[in-house]
Design a protein around this ligand. Structure first.
Ligand code: MN
Length: 130
């Protein structure tokens, strides 16, 4: 079973993502702040992390940097989920250590396609020890 950690402070987004992921057979872990997300990531080592960027307290970029500092979490795909529309935000997310990017509002038509693609890329890396 695939375990996916959602770090998100908006209830509607959390429920929507949780619903779609669970319907597809994934197990969901929730964190509502960056601080909580860092703790859960280190403890649970999920297969994938969905990272809201605008969070109360430390933001998603800083949360990503903190998670990446743990050796156990270096390889976990972290997908930024953000409504930031300005040029450069995608680059900022990637340079903070995110592996990819999903735009808000979340599109139920394409959300699971993105998730499957990111999980598939991870399996490919795993299958090739080089
Ligand atoms: Mn938010």
């Amino acid at each position: 079973m695939t375990r996916i950690l959602i770090i998100e402070d908006n209830q509607n987004n959390m429920y929507l993502m949780r619903f779609m992921l669970e319907r597809s057979g994934h197990q969901v872990l929730e964190a509502w702040t960056g601080e909580e997300g860092v703790e859960v990531a280190q403890k649970e080592m999920p297969d994938l992390i969905l990272m809201d960027i605008q969070l109360p307290g430390i933001d998603g970029l800083e949360t990503t940097r903190m998670i990446r500092k743990f050796e156990c979490c270096e390889q976990i795909p972290i997908i930024a989920v953000t409504s930031y529309a300005m040029a450069g935000d995608k680059e900022r997310a990637l340079s903070a250590g995110c592996s990819g990017y999903i735009e808000k509002p979340i599109n139920p038509e394409t959300f699971m396609i993105h998730i499957t693609t990111f999980l598939g890329a991870k399996e490919k890396i795993r299958g090739n020890p080089k």
